[in-house]
Design a protein around this ligand. Structure first.
Ligand code: NCD
Length: 303
C-alpha cells in the first residue's frame, strides 16, 4: 500500500510502494493531465538560486489547475532581510497557501519546521543536506531510460561531500537490490561516513576513488554533479578541483553501451556541449521527467 506523505524532508521517507505509485501517477499525468488541484495554492519560498526546481514545481502546480504564489529570492526581498526567523515566515505563509515548497541555505530544516508546520512542506534543497524531489526525479529517469532500478552500478562523480542531490539519490538507491555505487571525487570532497553507514545497513556495495577514467566504463548510470562552490570553505580548493572531472566526448565514449549520463544541472565545469547529442546524454530529458514527478508529488500530497 502506498503511504501518503504529509511532508517531504528527506529521501528516506519514500517506501517502494509509494515510489511505484508516484511513478505510475507521473506516467499517467504525462498522457492525461487532470486539473485535480483546482482551488489549491502552492507557495514557493526560495532562499537560494534555482531555475529548474522552482519553475518545474510552479509549472506542475499550474498544469494541475492550481495557483502559485512565489518569492524567488526570499533572502533579499522577503522579511528575512529584516531578520524574520524562518519559523515565523513559515507560520505566516501557511495561512496563505496549501503547500510550501522551500529551498533554504541550512540543512536539517525538518527539525525546525516539523513542530510548527500546519500545511505540507516540501524540501526543495536544504544547504548541503538533501533534495528529495530531485532524487525522486533522478530515480524516475533511471526507471524510464534503463527500464529497471535493481542491479545497477552508479558512478557519482563531482562533489559527493556537499551535493544534496547525491545524498538524496544515494539514500533512495539504498532501497533497491544489487546496487553498486562508486563515488568519484578528490579525497577532500568524498562522501561522508554517515551516508556510508546507511548504505552498509542497506546492503549497498560502494567504492571510493578519484579516478573517473578507470570507473566510468563500469557504470550503467553516470551521475555527474558540479562542485558546490557556495559550500566551499576556501576559493583555492574550488579552483584546484573545478574542472577535474570534465566529461567531453572522449570521456563519454568510455561509457558502456546503453549506459546513461545524468546531471541535476547546472552543468558548470562538467559536460561539454558536444556531448549533448550523444545517446548517453539524458540530462535534458531528466529535467522534463522532473516536471512529471513534481506533478505526481503535488497530486499525491494534496489531491
Ligand atoms: C541542484 C541543487 O540546487 O541542489 N540543482 C537542481 O536543483 N537542479 C544541483 C546543483 O545546484 O548543483
Amino acid at each position: 500500500m502506498e503511504k501518503k506523505l504529509m511532508h517531504l524532508f528527506e529521501a528516506q521517507q519514500f517506501d517502494l510502494n509509494t515510489i511505484d505509485a508516484l511513478f505510475s501517477l507521473a506516467t499517467s499525468l504525462e498522457e492525461n493531465p487532470q486539473p485535480v488541484l483546482r482551488g489549491k495554492i502552492m507557495a514557493t519560498l526560495f532562499y537560494e538560486p534555482s531555475t529548474r526546481t522552482r519553475l518545474s514545481f510552479e509549472s506542475a502546480m499550474l498544469r494541475l489547475g492550481g495557483d502559485v504564489i512565489s518569492t524567488e529570492n526570499a533572502l533579499s526581498v522577503s522579511s528575512a532581510v529584516k531578520g524574520e526567523p524562518l519559523e515565523d515566515t513559515i507560520r505566516i505563509v501557511s495561512m496563505y497557501a496549501d503547500v510550501i515548497v522551500l529551498r533554504y541555505f541550512e540543512s536539517n530544516i525538518a527539525e525546525r519546521l516539523l513542530p510548527i508546520a500546519s500545511v505540507p512542506i516540501i524540501n526543495a534543497g536544504d544547504g548541503a543536506g538533501q533534495h528529495p524531489s530531485q532524487a525522486l526525479l533522478d530515480l524516475y529517469t533511471i526507471h524510464r531510460e534503463l527500464g529497471r532500478i535493481d542491479d545497477i552500478t552508479v558512478v557519482m562523480v563531482g562533489d559527493p561531500k556537499h551535493s544534496r542531490s547525491v545524498h538524496s539519490l544515494a539514500y533512495l538507491l539504498g532501497k533497491y537490490k544489487n546496487i553498486i555505487i562508486n563515488f568519484v571525487a578528490p579525497e577532500e570532497l568524498q562522501i561522508a561516513d554517515d551516508l556510508l553507514t546507511y548504505l552498509d545497513g542497506h546492503g549497498v556495495q560502494y567504492t571510493k576513488t578519484h579516478d573517473l577514467t578507470a570507473a566510468i566504463g563500469e557504470a550503467d548510470v553516470v551521475y555527474r554533479n558540479r562542485l558546490q562552490k557556495e559550500r566551499f570553505e576556501s576559493e583555492t580548493l574550488y579552483e584546484k578541483y573545478k574542472e577535474m572531472y570534465l566529461i567531453d566526448v572522449p570521456m563519454a565514449s568510455r561509457m558502456k553501451q546503453g549506459a546513461i549520463l545524468m546531471d541535476p544541472l547546472p552543468r558548470i565545469g562538467g559536460i561539454t556541449t558536444e556531448v549533448d547529442v550523444l545517446p548517453q546524454a539524458v540530462y535534458f530529458k531528466q529535467a522534463r521527467y522532473g516536471l512529471l514527478i513534481r506533478m505526481a508529488l503535488l497530486a499525491h500530497m494534496l489531491a
